[in-house]
Design a protein around this ligand. Structure first.
Ligand SMILES: O=C(O)CCC(=O)C(=O)O
Ligand SMILES: [Fe+2]
Length: 373
């Protein structure tokens, strides 16, 4: 009797769900028919396919959209209905940015799953100390432009893994200098706690399996840099993808590389310019091969010497829609975002803009987070 009753409830629930799903499918279908704007149609079509029971992998194959974008659009649709697929300005900021008082694993998981685009933690590091240490950091002797991007006015303290594809000699220098560079930044911040050390410690504490420095060649990698942005230089649209950097290096990993599900960029801002210096983030996350295809299509015919930037990973702004988010970082703020999403920094005036930065790799909830630069 009880069983029959339960079955009847389940049946009724199934029917309610079914009605809801078909209503959603019909609404999305109508939206697609009425709105020729290609990007919005793609989102609506993708969410419609989720409701129709297609696997994320299948939708990825059909529409070429990443599972994290799918998850993100679905959440946005569930929260705001059709309007969620057409978010603009203020609403975009509300849904796509999470502001938190401290670093928490739940927020990190939501960010890693693409529930929002950016996690902001204001006052992560005290502004007074931030200003003091940035005064010291801008005197660092090792500051120089990225070897692979010499035409962009962004300087960093230590050689980063991204630059090691230039030569085997660079890779050797990278590993030789990694620990010296970590300790030297710590020393420059002394007697204050280095913002990077604070972040490393907190990641270890909030992530149950722990967090440690990434290891590809059985040698300690660099974990954390300081960046100084020169005035009037944009850091043009790009993606940071560790698997691509490993391929570029040419020395295979010492053990089979367990790739990340998501790679985050973590930045702590220590000094901000009077104007400009906004961080732009697109929800677009092309795969390594799609990213290359987009660039080749645009620049394939342009000889290397005539290109605006030497680094081939730069994405032409003119081939992109306007950025989904534009954020003006505050002194002491920690900002995290998926570095596989296209992002850029607008030129600044009356800087310099000073930050500390590292990447964070996520493999699964059961595995440690790793970090490197
Ligand atoms: O400085 C920023 O706001 C972001 C720089 C960047 O490209 C990154 O951290 O991956
Ligand atoms: Fe970046």
């Amino acid at each position: 009797m009880v069983n029959l009753h339960l079955q009847a409830i389940e049946k009724a629930e199934e029917m309610i769900d079914y009605t809801k799903i078909s209503r959603c499918v019909a609404q999305l279908q109508e939206f697609i028919a009425l709105h020729p704007e290609a990007n919005e149609v793609r989102k609506a079509l993708a969410v419609k396919l989720v409701y129709q029971g297609y696997f994320y992998e299948e939708i990825q194959t059909i529409l070429g959209v990443s599972p994290s974008s799918l998850q993100f659009w679905k959440t946005s649709y569930e929260k705001y209905g059709i309007y969620g697929l057409r978010l603009r300005d203020k609403e975009v900021q509300k849904v796509l940015i999470k502001i938190s008082q401290k670093l928490k694993s739940n927020d990190l998981i939501d960010l890693l799953n693409g529930k929002y685009l950016v996690l902001r933690i204001p006052n992560y590091y005290p502004a007074r100390e931030a200003k003091k240490i940035s005064q010291e950091l801008i005197k660092e002797r090792t500051l120089e432009r990225y070897k692979r991007v010499p035409d962009v006015g962004v300087q960093r303290t230590g050689i980063t893994f991204f630059e090691t594809s230039c030569s085997l000699e660079m890779l050797k220098c990278y590993y030789e200098q990694a620990q010296v560079s970590i300790q030297s930044l710590r020393q420059t911040c002394f007697p204050h706690l280095s913002p990077l050390d604070k972040l490393r410690l907190e990641l270890q504490e909030i992530w149950v399996p722990g967090a440690h420095i990434e290891n590809v060649h059985n040698q300690t990698m660099l974990a954390g840099i300081c960046r100084v942005f020169e005035d009037n230089f944009e850091l043009p649209p790009h993606q940071d993808i560790f698997a691509r950097d490993i391929l570029d290096v040419g020395i295979p990993p010492a053990h089979p590389f367990d790739n990340f599900i998501t790679q985050l960029s973590a930045n702590i801002y220590l000094q901000t310019p009077k104007s400009g210096g906004e961080l732009e983030v697109w929800e677009l996350k092309p795969s390594i091969s799609t990213g290359k295809a987009i660039r080749d299509k645009r620049l394939g015919a342009v000889p290397q010497r005539d290109r605006e930037y030497k680094y081939e990973g730069i994405i032409d702004r003119n081939s992109l829609p306007s950025a989904t988010l534009k954020i003006k970082p505050k002194v002491g703020e920690l900002i995290l975002f998926d570095s596989g999403r296209i992002h850029s920094v607008r030129p600044c005036q009356d800087g310099p803009r000073v930050s500390m930065s590292m990447f964070i790799g996520y493999r699964s909830r059961k595995k440690p987070l790793t970090y490197w630069s």
